[in-house]
Design a protein around this ligand. Sequence first.
Ligand code: NAD
Length: 322
Amino acid sequence: MIKILVNDGIHPDGKKQLEEAGYQVSTEKVSQEDLPKELPNYDVICVRSATKVRKELIDQCPNLKIIARGGVGLDNIDVDYAKSKGIQVINTPAASSESVAELVFAHLFGLSRFLHLANRDMPSKGDTEFKQLKKSYSKGIQLRGKTLGIIGFGRIGQETARIALGLGMKVMPVDLMIKEATIGVDLYYPDAPTIEVSLDVVSMDEMLQTADYISLHVPFTGKALLSTAEFSKMKDGVILVNAARGGTVDEDALLQALENGKVAAAGLDVFENEPTPRKALLEHPRISLTPHIGASTGQAQTNIGLELAEKIINYFSVAANN
Ligand code: NAD
């Protein structure tokens, strides 16, 4: 019987699908130290970002056929080495795109109307300084009609564009590989036509000089994409959101840009030093903060679990037919 170790959790629907396919699924967490002893008993390991599957561990598991990562990033897995050993490495890159894009707008709306600050102030001052707070937070901005720059026009970037178009924003995408994409803006109502909008990417400089809002959706490749030089090209008072990866925005440069007014406010879901982000960011009055929860919705977790199950089942059914 095929044995699957799910070490960082899976949605019950995904587990059910694997069990219905006849596999034995263990969701009992095995500590990193005990994995070399336990994992050789399994055909598949499912992880999120917590469990590391490195060369040394792979070498101890000759029976391992699949390393399955629920989510996108594969930084915790020695992918090339696993593949060289004939082990399939799978992930679920699209499952959480809509949820991440929605979190971007949670930050954009919140920052544009000072929700992050009002929520910090109202419990202590809402009944004594109501009028002062009302005045402090009275210079809100509507998103409709504004320009959103999207850096990285892949899965999440395109979902972000879809929401922005629906809101009546102008979208300026930037991407290294993608030149244009057609975004289908669909309404809830089944008979309503999907409105298709073709968007060409623009240069980074053009976007930086034009955008009122900027959102990042690129992988981290070891170097910040937005640093002092890029901040200096932005419009004064831009609002920035990073729900991509810590390090894609230079945090020192961001703090400086917040100080000199170049950046009016920032929304951060990801940080250089996770899980201990620096205090200067956490305590900054013009930063809206979330603890890396872009993919943390029920729908995204269900999608991740089901996509993993489907890919694992597909692998073994193809292998059985060969
Ligand atoms: P994707 O691969 O579909 O898209 C990334 C795009 O970025 C690609 O089109 C690529 O060409 C482009 N790109 C890469 N380097 C670039 C550069 N220097 N300049 C311009 N464009 C560049 O990836 P995705 O699924 O959209 O994910 C995007 C990011 O979101 C990833 O870093 C991922 O780790 C992150 N993410 C975060 C969360 C969260 O919880 N906050 C959840 C899922 C994914």
